[in-house]
Design a protein around this ligand. Structure first.
Ligand code: PEP
Ligand code: MN
Length: 284
């Protein structure tokens, strides 16, 4: 095959919408005035799961005071075991909407099935597709038909190609506001819950114009590693972070061991704001 034929077939089979080939400039996603991908640091923080009204409002207040723009929290939780807490579902969505009203923070929360997209859309600013659903193509098409941004988490065993093809499914339905999220992949190492693939952050920033967020919580599974991996992610070129924070991690119903407590979250945010300012002014 000649080089010309090779490159033609790459374009035919490739990332027509997610790739930089036809879209060389980085995409900046505007969520009601908050820009993702413009060089500023975007922070999404909050509990793994919405557990109660009080827990969510307390977390919202504390992350807002430290400088986050988005409150995260799952209302629909895809859990490995059917016996684990599955989320507060619609009640959880209602608490998220209440927290948005009370604080002005934007909301990001997961949608787990196509039939729930409309309900989740009413209470969120960004739709999250979880790692377990990265190749749920029917769900990807459903969120692709919505008018809100979608954050697509990388599947735990997905290659970079598979991840970008999943993004194509959303873009191909007409939704151009897709954010990629590296959340760690499964490797032989089991000291950490997953292995944070920082090289994928750099690779995807080269291959694609879409913004990239890193999840240092699910990629490590250990709160004591979250600060170091957050800083490394910013240095590697991530546009922001999604971090699990809980007012009392020991009492969390989900992912307590990887959740930062309020003091650790405040300290991390103070470091991250300095690091981000340094990178912006001195390195770019
Ligand atoms: C989450 O962010 O709450 C979550 C379930 O993460 P992941 O889909 O990456 O496992
Ligand atoms: Mn979690």
């Amino acid at each position: 095959m000649t080089n010309v034929m090779l490159s033609a077939s790459n374009i035919l089979n490739g990332f027509k919408l997610a790739g930089r080939e036809f879209h060389p400039d980085s995409t900046v996603i505007d969520v009601d005035g908050i820009k993702i991908g413009d060089g500023s640091l975007v922070i999404m923080a909050g509990p793994c799961a919405v557990e109660s009204r009080a827990q969510l409002l307390e977390t919202a207040a504390l992350i807002q005071a430290s400088g986050a723009q988005f409150l995260r929290g799952g209302a629909f939780k895809p859990r490995t075991s059917p016996y684990s807490f599955q989320g507060l579902k619609h009640k959880g969505l209602q608490y998220l909407a209440e927290a948005r009203e009370a604080t002005g923070l934007k909301i990001i929360t997961e949608v787990t099935e196509a039939d729930l997209v409309d309900d989740v859309l009413a209470c969120t600013d960004i739709l999250q597709i979880g790692a377990r659903n990265m190749q749920n193509f029917h769900l990807l098409q459903a969120v692709g038909r919505s008018d809100k941004p979608v954050m697509l988490k990388r599947g735990m065993s997905a290659t970079i190609d598979e991840w970008l093809y999943a993004a194509e499914y959303i873009l191909n339905e007409g939704n151009s506001r897709v954010i990629l999220c590296e959340r760690g992949i499964r490797t032989f190492e089991d000291y950490t819950r997953n292995t944070l693939d920082l090289s994928a952050v750099a690779a995807v920033k080269q291959l694609s114009h879409l913004p990239v967020i890193v999840d240092p919580s699910h990629s490590t599974g250990r709160w004591e590693l979250v600060a170091a991996m957050s800083k490394a992610s910013i240095a590697a070129g991530a546009d922001g972070l999604i971090i699990e924070v809980h007012p009392d991690p020991m009492k969390a119903r989900c992912d307590g061991p990887q959740s930062l407590n309020p003091d650790n979250y405040r300290n991390l945010m103070s470091d991250l704001l300095k690091l981000s300012a340094f990178i912006r002014t001195e390195l770019h």
